[in-house]
Structure formats: structure tokens, C-alpha cells
Design a protein around this ligand. Sequence first.
Ligand code: AMP
Ligand code: ZN
Length: 472
Amino acid sequence: MTTIKLHNTKTRRKEVFEPLDKDNVRMYVCGPTVYDRAHLGNARPVVVFDVLYRLLRHVYGPEHVTYVRNFTDVDDKINARAAESGRSISEITAETTQWFLDDMAALGALEPSIRNDPDHQKAMPRATQYIPQMVAMIEGLIAKGHAYEAEGHVLFAVDSWREHYGKLSGRSVDDMIAGARVEVAPYKRNPMDFVLWKPSSDDLPGWDSPWGRGRPGWHIECSAMAHELLGESFDIHGGGNDLMFPHHENEIAQSCCAHPEGEFARYWLHNEMLQVEGKKMSKSLGNFFTVRDLLEQGIPGEVIRFVFLSTHYRKPMDWTAEKAREAKETLWKWQNLTDGAERNRRPYLDVIEALSDDLNTSLAISLLHQKFKEARTQDDANRFFSTLSLLGIGQNWRDGVRKSVEKAFTTSGLLDRLIEQMEEARAKKDWKTSDQIRDALLEADVRIQVTAKGIKRELGPDFDPTKLEALK
Ligand code: AMP
Ligand code: ZN
């Protein structure tokens, strides 16, 4: 069996991955807060953990992997969005959840799933569906002396777990107090104590609880849902490295104190952040965009995915227009090779090994460039195509709209006719006409090469037949 090695944030080392149960490898990834379209950065963890999910399925068998990713559908940002837009919370969260699923599917991400359970909804739990589990966990924490009630709030007492708190992110409680911008509240015993439950006024979402009508703090949902769906110990927990502190640190504190018999997550994986053209993505810099914006600009989801995979997940990733352009070219070439190919072969071993080495997707892609150059036979094409699936690429190539457009167009003969006209013009040294046709072809992304045997043409990834209409 392939050995997978993963960099574990908990130990700061690359470790051999050994699941607790090979028949049910379990992973939890923190999902989005649903109040707006996913921006490009939000898509990075989705693609990173999708590759890991596919690798785990390949190694352990698809029916032996469980992957849970939550939707945070109770949050003050959602409440604010509802208040400012005059729309209901449920309308906003339902709409945004569907947007997220559609956009991530466009990037080739598989939906999470629970082993032996076809109900995808359960693998993508909504926080609001797990309030009783959260309340039960908070009650347990209070009973064990790890949490206390104060002015309608319930807080986690970090001093009750002081020697462990901060281990994941490598800080001590004292460092954290010195450096953090924590909310100072008179009812906190320690400034680092964090909210498990807070009171809700009548105009805010709330649930009855032993501490009055209120709503959960953010961190408790992941602890409660992971416990309910994966148990007190499971294999992998993932998310962006901006979540390491406080979110993941707090998840660990809650889960390990509520269920000391378990270890919670055994391997912690964090992806680095995404930037745009070398700068932090932000609305004020004008370089903020959503996945949907890019899709609508005609950048295929597969191109976005490919650009993501070309940088290792633990390195900051820089999104640039140039990288997107290059990715499109590469995928276009690869698509031509796999036209008519079958996914009936095992993926290349060295590509599997690259992925198994802490998800070295950039190495996997350079290996694929090499394989592409060396591919000669139909069998090579089949193997290449099968390997691409492991990276989540090539899923939609079969029904590629572009292919059918190309075929319909080519049969119409217009392109042949234009090439003929260009050749005639060249024979007559009518450079003006020849250049005119050439420019129109280039504009439509038909690449031409003048050879001794005549003019060769190749359609580029941006081939647009409508641009040739004028020449008809
Ligand atoms: P948020 O909506 O900010 O809670 O983020 C949802 C997910 O997107 C989390 O897993 C974050 O780590 C991730 N994320 C947010 N911004 C970025 C970014 N610029 N690059 C990579 N991941 C990000
Ligand atoms: Zn979480």
C-alpha cells in the first residue's frame, strides 16, 4: 500500500500517515460562513483538501473514506447581512450555500461524503442543525470545570487547560494575552477565555438553553459536529492557516476537555494563504474577486484548479493573470492528447508518490508535463487521462462544448476556405489580403504556421468562430 506522508501542524513534522481505521479514514475540514459568494482565497482549502480526499480514496478505496465539511449558518456576519439587506437569514444562507456548492463543483471539487451514507447533506452539516449537540457539549464542559456561566454567556476557562492551550499554534497563554486583540469583558476570568454560548435579543436567531435564549459561539460548532459525525478521535483536520489560532486552538480545547478519552484530530493540515499579483487580496486594493467573477470572465474552473495545484499548499500562492493564461494553454494541449482516451489505467506511480509526499502537487504537475511530452500511443494517452483524474482534472472534457463547436465549425469548411484564400493571396504576393486573413485568424485564436507544404493551422484555447463571421 502507498505510504502517505503529511506535514502535521501539531508536531511541525512530516509524518507517515496511519489512520485509526483503514476501513474508515476520517477527515474534517472547516467550511465557509454562508453570507456571500466565495472569494478566490476561500477556494484554496477546498481544492487542497479535495486533492487529499481523492488521494485517500485512491489509496484506501472510495468506500473507506469519510470527509465532513461544515457550513457555518449562524454568525454575526450573516445577521448583519440580513439586517442591511432586509432579507431573511434563511434565504441568505440557503442561497449562499448553493452558490458555494456550484462554484466549488466548477473547480472540480468532489462533495464531501460519509462512508456508507449516501446522504451528502449529512457530510456537509449546517451548524443550526446541531444546536442540541453543542448545548450538550457545553453542559459537559461546565460539569467538568472547563467552562463557566457569566451574565448569560458561557465561557471556556483557558486556565483549566493552561498547559495545553496554545500548543497547536505554538504560543503560551501569556504570549497570547500580550499579543492578542482579545475582547475584554468584565465577566471573563481570563482575557483569553472564549465564548461558547451568548445571549440573543429577540431580533436575533436564538435557541432555548439552560443559560437562556441564545446562540453558539463560532468554535463550538466544529467540535460538536466533528464529534457527532466522526467520533472523539479521528484522523485529519484541515483548514486555512488563518484558522489555526484561535479557531482550531479552541476546537482542540473544547473537544479534548469534553472528551478526554479521545485525541480529537490526530493530523492537522493547514494551507497557506492566496494572494493576487503579489498582494494581499482586499477590497481596498481593488484586487478582490470571487470564484464566480472569474468563471464569468470565461476562465474555466479547471484553469483555476490547475493554477492552485501548481503551488504547494504550504507555500503562499500567488494568483496572476499570466499563470491563468499559461494554465489554459497547457490544459488545451492536454485535452487534445486525451481526446478519445479512456480512464482505464492505473495512474502513474511517480505522480501518486509525489502526491503522497505531503501533497506535492507542483511536482505532480511537472511530472505530467514530462509524461505529456513522452506520450506516443493510445495507451499512454489512457494512462495520462487516468492520472489527471486523480488531480481532479479532465472531468468535463468528454462533453467539452468547445469540441463540438470546433467540429461543427470545421465541417462548415469556413476555416479551410480562409486558409485556401490566404494561400492564394500569398501566391499572388497580395500581402494585404493575406495579412488581413491572418490577423482575423489570430484574433479568433487560430494559430497558423507557414510551411513549405502550405499553411498549417491549430485552434487555440480561446478559439472563437464568431470572430471570423465578418470574413464569410
Ligand atoms: P472565512 O470565510 O474567512 O471564514 O474563510 C473560509 C475559509 O477560507 C477558511 O478555511 C480560510 O482559511 C480560507 N481563506 C480565507 N482567505 C483565504 C486566502 N486569502 N487564502 C487562502 N485561504 C483563505
Ligand atoms: Zn472549524
